[in-house]
Write a protein that binds this ligand. Structure first.
Ligand code: NAD
Ligand code: LMR
Length: 329
């Protein structure tokens, strides 16, 4: 081991994403093969026993990088000293339920968690919100952590990004490794916009390679945007292993950088780029380097993209208004 353990707090540790996520963190896939981790698991009191069961299995993995596991039902304790916080615990959307219905149900969870992060997390804290509605939950947590730089609060659209890469690769009969510079804009919801106009396949423009606007508008975009619902319909439960995989990818790239010549998608507090109102936690193309991310600048946004980006961003603005009215921010 080459460095001191990094404290990783995971909420909702006894849930289905938690079960898929924790073993991969313990194996070193979140931060890299030289970084030992200490897991700090947060659950509601009724689920602490199940989290303890998962901790027994983690122990049985004999992971060389796993330097300890602590389990809490108190947010202040769970986030004390946290370097990375994965906010997964929330109520998953069930069949027929829209994300907006979840605002009120979940908002209450993220206010105390933001306060706890503010009170006790480490100075280099990085937060990823996975629990839905992820963008607005991140906004709630961030607004209750005034002492933490706002840009440390992010929400997950990497699953959408990965889904879009996979669908595009399939359409073009190309390996996923050849697809670069795809972007998810906006909200992690059915209004999101997967943009292939700047994407590349084997170094060539992907939109030109597809050359099929009907497929783009009527198949690709809805397929990616509604993939969460498709999984729920097929599995009878929301995506879990693919969501855990995306959370690993998001933090890994944030900490270790994005590959040269590519970018990824992260929902981050807007600085006004691309006309997205400042402060909204919206998905953008980002490049990560030296442990920081930056929104990719200077992309030309065509008319097809503009309307779709605006629609998703408007939904985020409406969610912000709704949680304001509920007194959650
Ligand atoms: P799950 O119901 O299996 O697990 C959620 C866990 O969170 C439960 O164990 C529950 O006890 C716990 N929990 C609830 N309130 C908590 C609190 N205040 N503190 C700590 N833990 C708490 O759900 P899941 O399938 O693991 O999904 C978790 C969330 O992730 C859901 O909101 C789901 O919609 C969301 N999700 C997001 C994405 C994305 O791409 N952003 C993808 C898939 C799922
Ligand atoms: C997903 O994208 O799979 C999740 O956000 C599930 C959902 O609630 O749509």
């Amino acid at each position: 081991m080459t460095q001191a353990p990094v404290n990783v707090t995971v909420t909702g540790a006894a849930g289905q994403i938690g079960y898929a996520l924790l073993f991969r963190i313990a194996s070193g896939q979140l931060l890299g093969p030289d970084t030992p981790v200490k897991l700090r698991l947060l659950e509601i009191p009724q689920a602490v026993k199940a989290a303890e069961g998962t901790a027994l299995e983690l122990e049985d993995g004999a992971f060389p990088l796993l330097a300890g596991i602590d389990i809490f039902d108190d947010a202040k304790q769970a986030f004390a000293g946290a370097n990375v916080a994965l906010l997964v615990g929330a109520r998953p959307r069930t069949k027929g339920m829209e994300r907006a219905d979840l605002l009120e149900a979940n908002g209450g969870i993220f206010k105390p968690q933001g306060e706890a992060i503010n009170a006790g997390a480490a100075d280099d804290i990085r937060v990823l919100v996975v629990g839905n509605p992820a963008n607005t939950n991140a906004l709630i947590a961030q607004s209750h952590a005034p002492d933490v730089p706002a840009e440390r609060f992010t929400a997950m659209t990497r699953l959408d990004h990965n889904r879009a890469v996979a669908q595009l690769a399939k359409k073009l009969n190309a390996p996923v490794s050849e697809i670069k510079k795809l972007t998810i804009w906006g909200n992690h919801s059915a209004s999101q916009y997967p943009d292939i106009f700047h994407a590349e396949v084997a170094g060539k423009n992907a939109a030109e390679a597809v050359n099929d606007e009907k497929w783009l508008a009527e198949e690709f975009i809805p397929r990616v945007a509604k993939r969460g619902a498709e999984i729920i319909e097929a599995r009878g439960a929301s995506s879990a292993a693919s969501a855990a995989n995306a959370a690993i990818d998001h933090i890994y790239n944030w900490v270790n950088g994005t590959p040269e010549g590519d970018w990824t998608s992260m929902a981050v507090p807007s600085d006004g780029s691309y006309g997205v109102p400042e402060g909204l936690i919206s998905s953008f193309p980002v490049v990560c380097k030296d442990g920081k991310y930056e929104i990719v600048q200077g992309l030309e946004i065509n008319e097809f993209s503009r309307g779709r980006i605006d629609a998703s961003v408007n939904e985020l603005a409406e969610e912000r208004e709704a949680v304001k009215k509920l007194g959650l921010i």
